[in-house]
Design a protein around this ligand. Structure first.
Ligand code: BDR
Ligand code: CA
Length: 309
């Protein structure tokens, strides 16, 4: 099995990403770290604990992290993910999911050292914790086997501003630091906006137990007006595509690119800027997902959800 640490801000699509990771026999989730993002870090941590309880995985340790971006003001997305940052019916966390008394950034560094050369880190929220981990341990990229980041919109419009995707826009300075120095594989809206599940399959999930109702709520977390805005039929489960890429190496097609993140103006804050023609003279500093096998992604997601209910 492959050790995996997930930095997350649950979040409806985060919840489905966690379900996929925790159910997959080839991945060993060695921990969760939480960050501000879809809601406050208090609430994302609460949600992460509740998710481990409902998924029967209270053995997975959680460390809470940054409660705000490095420099920007806190920006949350309850209007997308629901009150408390997540939809569905989650239990109150119990003492089974006590927090580790260590900051997420330290936890990331510790895990990278403990599993040197083997750990995959999936960052599916704003990049504050990862940027702080990089400040604590500049060798982080060498220690990690893989750093996958859900964020950015390389060659397509953003979902928060015309240029910026939510995770990068929430903490542009952190995203810039990670993109410059951590050699990430960036999985952005270019591919994740296609990570939907068919409406008829979602509608067929008719079991009336709390977990089934929650899964349905997470799979349908876009309100009508959001669906209309994006011209979509069902919600994009962005974060789960990153995990699917780890489960099956053929899901994501990536290319090496020189990348930068805008931080300077209202217009460019959080924008992922790629340089496919090499006009800046900068060599590749990471990889960008340019295509995805959505059929395979759907197979993995439907198997996971069917297995849970
Ligand atoms: C990203 O932003 C969050 O709202 C989602 O959980 C996902 O990580 C998509 O832009
Ligand atoms: Ca997320």
């Amino acid at each position: 099995t492959r050790p995996l640490l997930i930095d997350t801000d649950p979040g409806c699509d985060d919840a489905l990403a966690l379900a996929l990771a925790l159910e997959d026999p080839t991945l060993e989730v060695v921990g969760l770290t939480t960050v501000h993002g879809n809601t406050t870090v208090e609430a994302t941590t609460h949600n992460a604990r509740a998710l481990l309880e409902v998924l029967g995985r209270t053995d997975v340790p959680i460390a809470a992290g940054a409660d705000r971006p490095l420099l920007a003001d806190l920006e949350t997305a309850e209007h997308i993910h629901g009150e408390g940052g997540i939809r569905g019916e989650l239990p109150e966390p119990t003492s089974e999911t006590e927090l580790e008394g260590v900051h997420a950034a330290r936890r990331i560094v510790e895990a990278a050292r403990r599993h040197e050369g083997e750990l995959a880190l999936a960052a599916i929220g704003p990049l504050t914790n990862v940027a702080l981990a990089l400040a604590l341990e500049p060798r982080l990229p060498e220690l990690l086997d893989d750093l996958l980041v859900m964020g950015g919109a390389a060659f397509v419009p953003g979902n928060v501003t015309p240029l910026a995707e939510a995770n990068f826009h929430s903490d542009p300075e952190a995203a810039r630091r990670v993109v410059r120095d951590a050699e990430p594989t960036v999985v952005g809206l270019d591919v994740t906006r296609r990570a939907t599940l068919p409406a008829d399959w979602i509608n067929s999930l008719s079991r009336e137990i709390p977990l089934a109702r929650s899964l349905r709520a997470w799979l349908t977390y876009y309100d009508e007006d959001v669906l209309e805005r994006y011209g979509m039929e069902t919600a994009a489960i962005h974060d789960a595509l990153v995990i699917a890429g780890l489960v099956d190496g053929r899901v994501l097609e990536t290319e090496p690119h020189h990348m930068e993140v805008g931080t300077d103006s209202e217009l460019d804050r959080g924008a992922l800027v790629c340089d496919p023609y090499g006009v800046t003279g900068g060599g590749p500093n990471g990889r960008v997902a340019v295509d995805a096998d959505i059929d395979r992604y759907r197979e993995l997601m439907t198997e996971t959800v069917d297995g849970l209910i």
